[in-house]
Each structure stands twice: as structure tokens, then as C-alpha cells.
Design a protein. Sequence first.
Length: 272
Amino acid sequence: MSLAEALETTKIHSVVGRLKAEDSLLAQRPFRAPHHAISDVALVGGGSYPQPGEISLAHNGVLFLDELPEFKRTVLEVMRQPLEDREVTISRAKFTVTYPSSFMLVASMNPSPSGYFYDPSAPQTTSMADMQRYMNKISGPLLDRIDIHIEVTPVPFHQLTEKRKGEPSEVIRARVIAARHVQQQRFESFKGVYYNAQMSSKQIRQFCLLDNHSKELLKSAMERLNLSARAYDRILKVGRTIADLEAEPQILSRHIAEAIQYRSLDREGWLG
């Protein structure tokens, strides 16, 4: 071992030695934003001697994928199982390694190759066939695993220049912390479950009870948009979270209606 390596090792041991039992090596949650040219091995992990990929380096943090359709389809598809299981298993001939991958996936994309699909103020330059090829880069099963899809319309000039202030971030933060506290109390008797997104199907049936009006609303949306069973569970989880943010003990029909609106990229609703 060289002198530089010895000094570095000593420094690491010195820092670890000062950590208390309740302390963490990470002072803040990770935020990973890989380039769209990334390989599937670099994203999920692997190699001759398996190393963790970006989804594990983003564990308990955020994985941000900008320009989602620009990623290779094979790269996106390997995320499907880790998104569901919150861990990734890499198998080799002599051993198998499992890395944690409980991350929040945040992705952005243009609405079309030209960037102006459904924009009333811009000329229509994208055909339905072009849009279909563009959207086919993202599979339906992957979209199913994303809880919220939001369309962002162009902001007009008068809104860009107006001086009216929105809700302060501190107020939003306090509301989110209060909702997280409610969820921690809700799942305190369940090992490894801390917030709504981690609910199993059994827990969804227990904590996401709907009244008749909400059930009819959700049934109509399932039939009209041809939603999957996985999307059904996602809507219930998001509805439960919206109710928590409003400090409502029960999920109301307005919560379900809002959660349904967040499924805009589902296949039948996007181009239909």
C-alpha cells in the first residue's frame, strides 16, 4: 500500500470512528441524473464483478431521467422489475448479488418529436403516426409503474411576467411533512413500509376504502381509459396521498378524480 492510500484509509477510519450509532454516512438523499446514452449495465448494475448501478446509487433518493424517449428502450425496460420490487438482483455463474433500489423515479419528455403536440399556439407538424412511433419508445408496462403522469402546457407571456407570488415552499414543505407523519403512524406496525407508495395489494384494500360514488367514478375511468390492474392500484395510492395532504381521514371522490387526472399518458387517453 502506498503512502497516499494509507493516509486515505486512515482518514476514512477516522471519520467512521466519530459516527454515532444513529448517524448516517449520507447527510442528504441522493439525486442521480444519468445521461440518456447510459447503458443498461450502468443503470441497473452489473459487470464481471457486479457493481451497483444508478438505480442503487439513487436508493432512498431521486433518479431523474431527462428526455425519457431518448433512452434506449432496452435500458428503460430493465427498470421494470426494480421499480416493482425496490431491489435488483444480479446473477453470475459463481454468485448472486442483490442491491437495494428503492428510489423515486422522476422523468421528463417533450410531448412529441417536434415538441408542439397539442399546442394550440403552434403549427401542427407531427402526425399521429409520428406520435405513435415516438410513444412506442416507452412501453405500456413501464408507464403503468409510474404513479403520476402530468402534461405541462406552455406558459403564456402574461403569466411569465406577472408578479403574483404562489404558495411559499415552506408552507408546502410543512404540509408534506405532516402527510408523511400520518403515513408513518399508519404503517408503524408493518415492517419495511413507511409511506403510501410502498403499500402492498393487501394494505391497499385495508387503507384505501372507497364510498359508492368514488367506486363508480373509478369504475367509469377504468372502462373508458382501459386501465390495467396496476394502474388501478396506483390511482388508489395517489388518492390516499392526496387525502393525507388535505388531512382527510377518508378518501373522497374528489381525491379519486384528481388521481385519475394524473394518468394522462396511459395509452388510450393520450392519443385517443
